[in-house]
Design a protein around this ligand. Structure first.
Ligand code: LMR
Length: 396
């Protein structure tokens, strides 16, 4: 039976990790998969998470199933983090939500839910977008269209083109937006641009689908929630997928939130039953562990402060690495102005070089990053930045 299957090419992001592992070059540099690393190239457990693990171990008395919705304190804590405590949709009981296995799990079950709403539904994604968005959403059977987002030649957002396309989106279509720290480009909308997106959503009556995987890595936890809050405070229906992989460092625990702002409390209860039924038909029950840790952290002021300062530390380190890379490229005589890297936000930067140049730098210098020219900024360190800049300049 399996003879009918043919082998597939490696995943554009995960395949890089496998290739990196196999490379014998002792000076190889990994700027591929989006995982935070410290100066030593390690991804240690976030301290607040390590503390929360002790609390959980001391207090957990059973491994029976949790509720299909997930850990209640996780859901409430995450919603307050994303929307802000006292958000009108929370007060008016208009938010349906479940804990999901990672941001990917959230994206996938939300896509399934959207399919239940309209089997011919179209989801608009930015060009470019995260390499797994289209497979995740497309395999739920939704139509995918793209809207222009990033102009590689100008190394910035082409908002006029984005706006022109969104102005043609049909009523009821869904528009996927990155809440902050756009993956792969690191180019985020300004406040004025978010405002324009809101107006377009109101005019065209499309539904925003916000993917929030890097909250806190752009300008700060509150600042990065600007777009999410603007849209959810002013639109009747918004879909949100959030991940705790990066900002809590809970990658392997698969912790995510699928939330839907609905027009009223009655709609909330219907949507809640539907999303739970989607989850039941996909993986039945959410894993508890990671959500329980986030619940502990968000509800203990000391642990929360500890976590917030760790997020701040990760963010400021990545910001300083951006500057370091720009300075080194200049020092090595780069023929191109890379100062745009310091304007980009979050974990990723789009270097705006060609796939051929990316492959050449991989082949000749063992520097691994995505063909699109996306680099994981957190993979840069004081010890590899010289080699990295030399390698990049050599292929320009
Ligand atoms: C990334 O974009 O590198 C991460 O979100 C990891 C992944 O699953 O692709």
């Amino acid at each position: 039976m399996f003879d009918v299957l043919s082998p597939l090419p490696a995943d554009p992001i995960l395949g890089l990790s496998a290739a990196f592992k196999e490379d014998p070059n002792p000076n190889k540099i990994d700027l591929g998969v989006g995982v935070y690393k410290n100066e030593q190239g390690q991804t240690p457990i976030v301290k607040a998470v390590a503390e929360a693990q002790k609390v959980l171990l001391a207090n957990e008395t059973s491994k029976t199933y949790i509720t299909p919705q997930g850990v209640p304190g996780f859901i409430q804590g995450m919603l307050e983090l994303l929307l802000g405590a006292g958000h009108p949709a929370l007060i008016e009981d208009r938010v349906a939500a479940v804990q999901a296995p990672g941001g990917c799990g959230a994206l996938r079950i939300l896509a399934e839910l959207l399919k239940r709403c309209d089997e011919n539904l179209t989801v608009w994604v930015s060009d470019p977008t995260w390499a797994n968005h289209i497979p995740l959403i497309g395999s739920a059977g939704l139509n995918i269209e793209t809207y222009p987002y990033f102009d590689k030649s100008a190394a910035g957002i082409d908002f006029a083109a984005m706006e022109a396309t969104l102005a043609k989106v049909k009523k009821g279509d869904v528009v996927l937006l990155h809440g902050c720290c756009h993956n792969p480009t690191g180019a985020d909308l300004t406040k004025a641009q978010w405002q324009r997106v809101l107006e377009l959503a109101q005019e065209r009556e499309f539904v925003p689908f916000l993917d929030v995987a890097y909250l806190g890595f752009g300008d700060g936890l509150e600042e990065d929630a600007y777009g999410v809050r603007l849209l959810t405070e002013n639109l009747p229906e918004v879909v949100i997928a959030a991940s705790c992989s990066k900002n809590f460092g809970l990658y392997r625990e698969r912790v995510g939130l699928a939330a839907m702002i609905t027009k009223d409390s009655k709609a909330r209860s219907i949507v809640q039953s539907q999303i739970q039924s989607v989850a039941r038909g996909s993986y039945s029950m959410p894993p508890s562990y990671g959500g329980a840790l986030v619940d502990i952290i968000l509800h203990d002021q000391q642990l929360k402060d500890m976590w917030v300062s760790e997020v701040d530390e990760m963010r400021t380190r990545m910001q300083s690495l951006r500057q370091l890379l720009v300075d080194k490229l200049k020092e090595k005589g780069a023929s191109k102005d890379f100062s745009f890297i310091t304007q980009q936000k979050g974990m990723f930067s789009y270097l705006c070089i060609t796939p051929e140049q990316v492959q050449q730098v991989r082949r000749e210098h063992s520097v691994y990053f995505v063909d699109s020219s996306r680099v994981n900024i957190a993979g840069i360190s004081l010890s590899n930045v010289d080699d990295l800049a030399t390698a990049l300049v050599s292929v320009l």
